[in-house]
Design a protein around this ligand. Structure first.
Ligand code: AMP
Length: 403
């Protein structure tokens, strides 16, 4: 056991941005965090926040290497001093671990190659994640780098939940199965909510509703995922900020045959111009509620569809689990939107799910039970913390256990 305090630098590298957070994996607090945006554009931006200061800069950031170099100079200039922070690992978020990775791994040349090979399954994300890993390893060569996969928690989904009912040879040849996403959050919330409630996770059936701009549901039995709403890609499942979620695949053929759209246009439609954004023009639920208040009938329908979809997954996963002990709402919408929480659980009393509307009211910064005392299922708002989850998984990899 290490007694000296340690930290982990968590990096989430996107196509034109790098988000980072220096985390104390034991206490759980963010020591510093920031974001580099508009990498590769004429003028980029940097924001670096410590417990005592916020530094913002506008300047050209031609590539990710330069972006991370700027971040390291900010740590040097305004702190905290990384050499004194005892950084024991850099944890990189990687979206797609495909059929290869069932947990976090120490990055080496082979792992980099495997992440690259998985890019066809996540063409927007894996190449960007890999760029972050490469520049990170080049600039911080003395610290172990760990890749933490968004799909890993769902790697061992039962075949009944993981398989699509399509030609088996096609599925195998092209790695077509349900991989899920947001796995780090689903794992963290399902395990931590059990601890919060004083329950043994290994004897608990939980539904986690991760409702952010991207949204997904999972069914977790005795600590292991048994189903999840995202599929080959994060497009499947719940209604999201800009994604349709579940849809008849024939909509694709219909639009290609009859609306003259090509595959990239349909991809763009379903991933970036659908969901709340497609139905209302706004991807942020706060704005959609505002439209409802102004009497916008389309916005009302959008919220109806959004809540109805969540309710269907609660019902479906209650059946998959053979009864549910805990439902956890998390992420931006799950933590803040009492209307959506109430609507999603409305009328589920016969399934053993009873919300207390007073307890449910308002935004929740802390874990909060929102079900009635007599509700057989405990419903909780439980804030997720993906950075802390990544940091702890990275520590597990480099130490073989928690520090
Ligand atoms: P996330 O992806 O977890 O950061 O969640 C972002 C989304 O959370 C936003 O697009 C909003 O739709 C939603 N959100 C954030 N704050 C609130 C709020 N106070 N009320 C309703 N929705 C919120």
């Amino acid at each position: 056991m290490t007694t000296q305090s340690t930290s982990v630098l968590v990096v989430n590298s996107g196509s034109s941005s790098i988000k980072y957070q220096l985390v104390d994996p034991v206490g759980g607090e963010a020591i510093a965090w920031g974001i580099v945006e508009r990498i590769g554009e004429e003028v980029g931006s940097l924001k670096h926040v410590t417990q005592t200061s916020t530094t913002e800069r506008e300047l050209p950031v031609p590539d990710h290497g330069e972006g991370l170099r700027r971040v390291l100079s900010l740590f040097e200039a305004v702190g905290p001093d990384l050499s004194r922070a005892n950084v024991i690992a850099v944890g990189h978020r990687v979206v797609q671990g495909g059929p290869v990775f069932d947990g976090p791994v120490l990055v080496d040349a082979l792992v980099e190659h495997q992440i690259e090979q998985l890019s066809p399954l996540a063409p927007l994300h894996n190449p960007a994640n890999l760029t972050g890993i490469r520049v990170g390893r080049a600039l911080l060569p003395d610290v172990p780098h760990v890749a933490v996969f968004d799909t890993a928690f769902f790697h061992h989904l039962p075949a009944a939940a993981a398989s699509y009912a399509i030609d088996r040879d096609v599925a195998e040849k092209h790695s077509v199965r349900r991989y899920g996403a947001h796995g780090t959050s689903h794992q963290y919330v399902s395990h931590e909510v059990a601890a919060f409630l004083g329950r043994d996770v290994e004897q608990t059936s939980t539904i986690v509703l991760h409702l952010g701009n991207g949204a997904s549901a999972s069914a977790v039995k005795n600590g292991h995922a048994v189903d999840t709403s995202m599929g080959l890609t994060p497009l499947e499942g719940l209604v999201m900020g800009t994604r349709s979620g579940d849809i008849d695949p024939a909509v694709t053929f219909h639009l290609m045959r009859n609306a003259g759209m090509d595959v990239d246009e349909v991809d763009d439609l379903l991933n970036r111009r659908s969901g709340l954004k497609g139905m209302t023009g706004q991807n942020d639920l706060r704005e959609v509620h505002r439209l409802v208040e102004e009497g916008d009938a389309g916005a009302k329908v959008a919220i109806d569809v959004y809540a109805h979809r969540i309710k269907k997954y609660i019902g479906g996963y209650t059946a998959v689990l053979g009864g549910v002990d805990v439902i956890a709402f998390t992420a931006g919408v799950g933590e803040n939107d009492d209307i959506v929480r109430a609507r999603a659980c409305e009328g589920l009393e016969r399934l053993g799910i009873e919300i207390d509307l007073e307890r449910n009211a308002g935004r929740k910064k802390e874990p909060t039970i929102i079900s009635t005392d007599s509700s057989p299922t405990t419903v909780v708002v439980f804030p997720t913390n993906e950075e802390l989850a990544i940091a702890r998984l990275a520590v597990d990899v480099v130490t073989g256990g928690r520090p």
